[in-house]
Design a protein around this ligand. Structure first.
Ligand code: CU
Ligand code: ZN
Length: 175
């Protein structure tokens, strides 16, 4: 079995991969989040292990509590309100929220839970690493990652009643 592992990795044809928890990982995209005043709010990476796309983010400087967290349709973060990012990424034409029977949007992610340190890091599975998903994320107008002032209730259409947009970052394709 010691021989089978390198053969499997070679068969996947991965190039430029790095080792993360000993799983071959391809870096697909990156994000730099900013607050409305331009100060940094964190960073993110979109990675693939060959099976699924995962968004790994580390945010800082947020108020303690839960904050709605989404992928928005347009990769444009114009301060101060970040409305330029558009609505939630929703290629399937569904309603908002995992608790909504007509939900959910592709861009609906779990709330970020912030404690006294005002920071957190988390990894979110975005689904199977398909060409369709990559084309949706890196379409002509791009994709933004947005943090909200309030918790997403996972139900209220169209945006989970999560309040204003406090931080935003454009998803950039890794070269
Ligand atoms: Cu949002
Ligand atoms: Zn949504």
């Amino acid at each position: 079995m010691r021989i089978a592992i390198p053969i499997t990795f070679a068969a996947l044809g991965l190039t430029g991969c790095s080792t993360l928890d000993s799983i071959p990982t391809e870096r697909v995209g990156e994000i730099r989040l900013s607050f409305a005043n331009g100060l940094p709010a964190g960073t993110g990476q979109l990675v693939s292990n060959g099976q699924a796309l995962t968004l790994a983010v580390a945010v800082t400087g947020l108020e303690p509590g839960e904050h709605g967290f989404h992928l928005h349709t347009t990769g444009q973060c114009t301060a101060p309100d970040f409305k330029s990012a558009g609505g939630h990424l929703n290629p399937a034409g569904r309603e908002h929220g995992a608790l909504n029977p007509q939900g959910k949007h592709l861009g609906d992610l779990p709330n970020l839970v912030i404690g006294a340190s005002r920071s957190t890091s988390t990894e979110i599975d975005l689904g199977a690493d398909t060409r369709e998903l990559r084309e949706t994320l890196f379409d002509a107008d791009g994709t933004a990652v947005v943090v909200h002032a309030e918790a997403d209730d996972y139900r209220s259409d169209p945006a989970g009643d999560a309040g204003s947009r406090v931080a935003c970052g454009v998803l950039r394709q890794s070269s």
